[in-house]
Design a protein around this ligand. Structure first.
Ligand code: SF4
Length: 266
């Protein structure tokens, strides 16, 4: 199989209604839409990369999209592994963190250790309103009463803003993290944010990630040594017990399992 590279010219922007869970009715998102030929090329590339190593996937992404290639990270173990790879492949890739204002201080300290170790700056991308102003507008912390809207305002909206500057982004999601991530392709068109989404660790297991971290002494969040499996914002994350699902510590007591960044690609 041969695949032409799915480069842009970027398609015309379109306005698209964004409703549904966690997405306020009044929200209108402006996203790019690809041509059918571009979709076909992306799907073709996905097939070609299914058996590639994570480093090969990232090298392809850099070659194809850099400097309009970015990486989003919550500074979880997967993100730290990808940063260690990018440091060798192309350390100038724009890496960013959605800094909601509610993150653990351990997470922000890890950002500093990553910079010292790899020279890679994880740029903090923040919502327009700081935590104090945001809670004042909503009469208190919205994560207690409407976490979907809180995630939408403090993560999804911010990613929309960043995504407009790039043609592709990488994430650290893995197929074995949860049923909702089980079919994650290596490369796909991200309809929600209007750019190509690349998941170089999609085929990795949790053990693969930790083997790499330990083998290369990659910095990681010390909260993982205290039982935190998946780490998001402080108010919405707890440690998990042995045998619990990896993401069971996120939004405990609610039906919510995702923040909205990796859902709804239909
Ligand atoms: Fe708000 Fe919790 Fe979502 Fe963070 S994880 S943005 S605190 S609802």
């Amino acid at each position: 199989m041969s695949c032409a590279v799915a480069r842009w010219p970027v398609p015309d922007a379109v306005e698209r209604f964004s409703g549904g869970r966690g997405q306020p009715e009044q929200a209108v998102i402006t996203v790019r839409i690809p041509t059918p030929e571009q979709i076909e090329m992306i799907e073709c590339q996905n097939v070609l990369l299914e058996g590639a190593t994570a480093e090969e996937v990232l090298a392809w992404a850099v070659e194809t999209y850099y400097p309009r290639f970015s990486m989003a990270t919550a500074l979880g173990p997967e993100g730290c592994v990808i940063i260690s790879m990018l440091a060798k492949i192309e350390p100038r890739v724009y890496v960013f963190n959605l800094d909601t204002g509610y993150q653990f201080h351990e997470t922000l300290e890890l950002r500093q250790r990553i910079a010292e170790r790899y020279g890679v700056i994880v740029n903090l991308q923040r919502p327009d309103l700081g935590v104090e102003a945001y809670e004042a507008v909503h009469g208190g912390p919205l994560y207690k009463t409407d976490p979907d809207k809180c995630c939408f305002d403090r993560k999804v909206r911010v990613l929309e803003r960043v995504a407009k500057n790039f043609d592709a982004w990488a994430t650290g999601i893995r197929r074995d993290q949860s049923p909702t991530r089980a079919n994650t392709p290596i490369v796909r068109w991200d309809k929600k944010f209007g750019l190509v989404k690349i998941s170089p660790l999609a085929t990795w297991t949790k053990n693969d990630v930790w083997r790499r971290i330990l083998a290369e002494d990659i910095p990681y969040n010390p909260l993982h040594d205290q039982g935190y499996a998946s780490i998001g914002c402080r108010p919405c994350t707890r440690a998990v017990s042995s045998g619990e699902d990896e993401r069971a510590g996120r939004w405990t007591g609610t039906a919510k399992t995702e923040c909205g960044l990796h859902t709804s690609n239909e």
